[in-house]
Ligand binder design. Structure first.
Ligand code: GLA
Length: 729
């Protein structure tokens, strides 16, 4: 609900559990007065203090009033150069060379439904479940308008924000910095939570109290990155899973980003999130508009658990455009860890046949099917089938698989080119590289200039030709190196700062074309595992390969961190062979199944020669996953016990929305002597119901399971337990 109160010039946004408010003050400045637990209304600007603070300047309108300063007031959208020295959301370079933007309220508009963003990912509304607010601000002297867009999803408890900057003047202006989110909070006794890591160890949770000054995470790699995720939480210092006030923010963007928090001199905090300012400079010609990517916000008065569940539900129902929205996704087997690039049709079919016998429904042919791709030095960009490996082509392979009752999925890496390729020989200038410099390779490959429509057109046409007549069910879109030597011959020198963002727009453009061309195919995002695991990609690719690390123990940590923002159903998760290829660890097959079942489930190993008992176990896992599919896909996710705590098993639960069913998973840590008795307190159940706990054989009252807990039996190293709970009557 969006409410405008004319007398006090207040705009209040209400979601189910939160209220957000801004006020147009006497000078036309848009102040941010509240984002917190839901309140009835009233003018929250009464919380704002005005005081004469040394070295905080006063705008002209304030005359001799030294208590009015943009440097101390909570801003809805902060600008650089006009007296607010904290983190700016907007920095402009004006035609006269000055960098002083000063925005004042002009008008606003409230509309039913949710705004959309041209060429950018965004949450969408269903029937009447969202409203839009557009507040227009203007810097009259500069001739620049800014539209602040808000989407209010009341039932989902979610508010989205995006920004449009419009040049209404006669001369070009430059955008040097644009954040889609500026959130001022009147306190700084907060923790900052971010998801950080590296290749093969992505999105581990980090939490620290705010320190004075700016702290930030971000990426300048041209992709959202393995190292940091476009997601941040500010929360009470003692906030836990089920208590404490938390503000979560997700940026729907897959390129360079920055999430920054400034703890200010008077113990306030400002969170900004948007495109990273490194090498960003966008020239806006007269009449042109720049749209900054969307951020999504959740304020949870009841802890981190509800915050995550709100994001999960909104992402599942209002962001994913999944061909499998209404029916179960097939269980897949991916060829990569079994064969890498060393295969032929016969080998593939023998693997597929063995997998089919175990219950696998989709066979994904990974890297190595095109050009002369027998190792990673060659053929990226040449999307023609290697007929030596696949004499019947992809079509023939697909038909043979269909005969076995299986669908075909295919790996591609559209953004890349190998120097040893027909494509590179024909168009060396399509690979990123400033003139006169030697190439910087990564995984032996170069990046294509996706800002150029002709490059995208070529890639689209050549992949379409390869898929001609193929009933493709799944496409794995990979991206295996960061961007370096960013430069495009299609942009003049003064516009090279537009490259990174134009690249992302190019990726989104091609992804959208893929969606339209193959609407039946599930697109899975991938970037060397989880190097581009973000909500922007999820709009096009409703599932993302979580990490190249498939070791169950490491995966639990990766999936735990990921779950703070993203729902389990989008996390590509596979059972692979042991000892694990990334870290050499051996874990029980059952535990690998438990870890993978908590995501978009599949296998990635050579199942042909497995001992009969392992084959039997795999068949059972597949049947169990299928049986629990709805629970995992649509259930509420509860983190019960974090992985990695010494001696304490990791535990989590998927609970059905009506709270009548649950799947609880428990995984023990490394071996240890004299372990304490553990009792696991469950969450999210109905206290008034009795549950039959399969795997335990007993019936338990919901209130007992939540207040007292379930007694965990002693478990061996990395062993697991899965409990299925069903309400009795
Ligand atoms: C990346 C992916 C893997 C696999 C290989 C193929 O590393 O993350 O899953 O597809 O590329 O080259």
């Amino acid at each position: 609900m969006i409410v405008w109160e004319q007398r006090d010039r207040l705009i209040t946004l209400h979601t189910k559990n939160a209220t957000y408010q801004m006020k147009v003050d006497g000078y036309g400045v848009l102040l941010h007065t509240w984002y917190g637990p839901r309140i009835g209304g009233g003018d929250l600007s009464r919380l704002i203090r005005y005081a004469d603070r040394g070295f905080s300047p006063n705008p002209a309108e304030a005359g001799r009033d030294r208590t009015y300063s943009l440097d101390t007031l909570p801003q809805e959208f902060s600008c650089a150069g006009a007296g607010d020295f904290r983190l700016p959301a907007l920095e402009l370079e004006l035609p006269d060379g000055s960098h002083a933007a000063d925005l004042r309220y002009v008008r606003h508009e409230i509309r039913p439904g949710k705004y959309a963003l041209e060429g950018l990912p965004a949450f969408f509304s269903g029937a009447e479940d969202a409203d839009t607010l557009i507040v227009t601000l203007e810097d009259r002297a500069a001739g620049v308008s800014v539209e602040l867009l808000y989407g209010v999803f009341e039932e989902y408890d979610l508010i989205t924000r995006a920004v449009r900057v419009i040049n209404r003047g006669e001369a070009p202006v430059c955008l040097c910095r644009i954040a889609s989110l500026c959130l001022d909070l009147p306190r700084a006794d907060l923790d900052l939570i971010t998801l950080d890591g590296s290749y093969a160890m992505e999105r581990r949770l980090h939490r620290a109290p705010l320190r004075p000054g700016v702290q930030s995470v971000g990426s300048v790699r041209g992709m959202s990155s393995h190292q940091h995720n476009p997601f941040a939480v500010l929360c009470d210092r003692d906030a836990g899973e089920e208590h404490g006030l938390c503000w979560g923010a997700i940026l729907l963007y897959s390129g360079n980003f920055e999430a920054a928090v400034e703890r200010g001199q008077f113990e306030d905090a400002r969170l900004t999130m948007g495109i990273h300012p490194f090498h960003f400079r966008w020239t806006l010609g007269p009449g042109e508009t720049f749209t900054a990517p969307e951020t999504a916000l959740v304020c949870s008065p009841g802890g981190l658990g509800p915050m995550s569940r709100q994001f999960h539900r909104a992402i599942r129902e209002r962001l994913l455009r999944d061909p499998y929205q209404d029916r179960p996704k097939p269980v897949l087997l991916n060829s990569w860890e079994a064969f890498c690039m060393d295969f032929d049709q016969e080998k593939l079919l023998s693997l597929a046949g063995a997998a089919r016998e175990l219950g696998v429904e989709l066979f994904v042919l990974d890297d190595g099917w095109f050009g002369r791709r027998n190792d990673d030095t060659t053929s990226l960009g040449d999307w023609s089938v290697n007929l030596e490996k696949l004499p019947d082509g992809l079509r023939g392979l697909c038909e043979k698989l269909r005969g076995m009752g299986m669908g075909l999925g295919l790996w591609i890496e559209p953004e890349m080119v190998s120097e040893d390729s027909e494509l590179y020989r024909a168009h060396p200038d399509w690979a990123l590289c400033p003139p006169g410099r030697p190439h910087i390779r990564s995984r032996q490959q170069l990046v294509l200039d996706f800002t150029r429509p002709e490059v995208r057109e070529y890639v689209f046409r050549s992949i379409r030709a390869a898929l001609e007549g193929v009933d493709i069910k799944y496409i794995k879109w990979d991206m295996n190196r960061p961007l370096a030597q960013v430069w495009s011959p299609s942009l003049p020198p003064e516009r090279q700062g537009e490259f990174y963002h134009r690249y992302v727009l190019g990726v989104y453009d091609l992804l959208e074309r893929f969606r339209r061309e193959w609407p039946q195919a599930l697109i899975e995002g991938c970037a060397g595992g989880g190097g581009r695991f973000d909500a922007g990609m999820l709009y096009y690719a409703p599932q993302i390969w979580c990490s190249d690390n498939t070791d169950a123990v490491d995966r639990l940590r990766i999936q735990y961190g990921t779950s703070f923002a993203y729902p389990p159903c989008v996390m590509g998760a596979h059972v692979s062979a042991c000892p694990n290829g990334q870290n050499g660890r051996t874990t029980p097959l059952e535990t690998r199944g438990t870890a993978a079942m908590s995501g978009a489930f599949g296998y990635e190993l050579d199942v042909r020669e497995l001992p009969p008992e392992e084959k039997k176990l795999i068949s059972r896992q597949i049947a169990e996953y299928q049986e629990n599919y709805d629970l995992i896909r649509r259930g509420d996710y509860y983190r019960l016990s974090p992985p990695g705590a010494e001696g304490v098993p990791a535990a989590w639960a998927h609970v059905s929305p009506d709270r009548r069913e649950a799947l609880v998973s428990i995984v023990a840590g490394p071996a240890g002597a004299a372990r304490p008795f553990r009792t696991l307190r469950l969450r999210g159940l109905d206290p008034a119901l009795n549950y039959l706990v399969e795997g335990d054989g007993r019936s338990w009252p919901g209130d007992v399971l939540m207040a007292a807990g379930w007694p965990v039996p002693s478990m061996g190293e990395y062993e697991c337990i899965r409990l299925r709970l069903r309400a009795e009557t």
